[in-house]
Design a protein around this ligand. Structure first.
Ligand code: FAD
Length: 339
């Protein structure tokens, strides 16, 4: 008998708010597709789980993004996020369908929900992961190797959950790329009706006040010009280059800690994870905590006056020199090309 009889497939929690699906759900579906392809003998599928109210019409979007099945849990108690009702509903889904693994975005919601569900199921959970692989040495099970920063971000630890199912993990947004939408992709929609023993909310949401996001969301920008401590005294020109390219400025933690930039634009382990088409690192040393947040960028150009700077190890193009000299030249050149 197989070790985990009845447990099958990789499930992805598809987070939505007001019917808008967060990209991280699609990123995880794309990655889950790659994982199931590595174990064809197990015939695993990728299953999206969509919770909310009046959200059934979104199931086709989830299929177009690569899910083979979507479980739709539509209930008025799930209209807005509630730890209590989402935990109740999701636990029932997992008990009913027995996923082999269950992935959730490490968003504010995911970080609240996944541990609750894991505790209720007595399942193992790896939180805040940045990498997932399939253990190539296990032929008769789909054991996930889930990597996350540890010891204050100085080391990476790979965690396995060999004894329980589902193997649960929360994964940071923007870590995985999203496959292109395929409207021709076919899948099955399954409606699941949860039953709530206790329908009295323990926490009552009186009002929802949307956060006003000031400035640009760097995770959405396709071109980023990153300022490091070496560019602290020429941030105006870093910003001007970003603007000329139609992108945004971001910063290393050193610049944020020194008080020259807002935490909202910090890239890295304790900041945001970004994956733009172009990342220009200006006066950034390339510490692993910074690199963890931008190494998946399609093209990395690094400008640093130290030829030994770590950032050159991951850069596609390296320019050795003073940012104060190079950035004005770059800005003029971009202007000329655009003219
Ligand atoms: P520095 O390390 O001071 O490097 C400056 C670079 O600029 C040097 O390479 C220098 O050669 C170059 N330079 C100087 N002047 C010039 C010039 N005129 N022209 C060209 N080059 C020049 N860091 C992050 O960025 N993001 C994080 O999320 C993050 N999280 C962390 C979490 C933990 C738990 C810890 C311990 C650290 C974290 N850090 C993070 C900090 C990280 O370790 C580095 O200290 C930080 O990234 C360094 O920033 P920097 O490269 O801008 O500055």
């Amino acid at each position: 008998m197989a070790k985990f009889e009845g447990y099958k497939d990789i499930y992805v929690f598809v987070e939505q708010k007001n019917g808008n699906i967060a990209n991280v759900g699609y990123e995880l579906i794309s990655e889950a597709r790659k994982l199931v392809k590595q174990i064809p003998h197990m015939n695993f599928e990728v299953v999206g789980v969509l919770l909310g109210h009046h959200i059934a019409s979104k199931a086709n979007d989830v299929i177009a993004h690569g899910a083979d099945k979507v479980i739709v849990v539509d209930h008025e108690l799930l209209e807005n996020y509630s730890t209590q009702f989402y935990t109740d509903a999701l636990t029932q889904v997992i008990n009913a369908f027995k996923p082999d693994s269950f992935l959730t975005g490490a968003t504010v919601l995911g970080r609240d929900l996944a541990p609750r569900v894991a505790a209720r199921l007595n399942a193992g959970l790896t939180a805040d992961a940045t990498k997932i692989e399939m253990d190539p040495e296990k032929e008769d099970e789909a054991l996930l190797l889930v990597t996350r920063p540890t010891f204050g971000g100085n080391l990476f630890g790979t965690i396995i959950c060999p004894d329980t199912r589902p193997q649960m993990a929360t994964i940071r947004p923007n870590v995985f790329s999203m496959d292109p939408v395929d409207p021709a992709h076919e899948g099955e929609v399954i409606v699941f009706n949860p039953s709530f023993d206790d329908t009295e909310a323990k926490v009552v949401v009186k009002e929802i006040i949307e956060k006003v996001v000031e400035g640009i969301d760097i995770t959405k920008s396709d071109i980023l010009v990153g300022a490091g401590r070496g560019a602290e005294d020429c941030l105006d020109i870093v910003e001007a280059v970003a603007e000329e390219l139609g992108g945004a400025m971001c910063a290393s933690r050193a610049v944020v800690d020194d008080g020259f930039a807002d935490k909202a634009i910090q890239v890295g382990q304790t900041g945001k994870t970004v994956r733009p088409s172009l990342y220009i690192a200006c006066g950034i040393s390339g510490a692993c905590q910074h690199v963890a947040g931008m190494e998946k960028s399609d093209m990395i150009i690094a400008i640093n006056r130290d030829p030994q700077a770590e950032i050159f190890n991951i850069a596609n193009i390296g320019i050795i020199g003073d940012v104060k000299e190079i950035l004005p030249l770059l800005k003029e050149e971009i202007k000329n090309v655009k003219a």
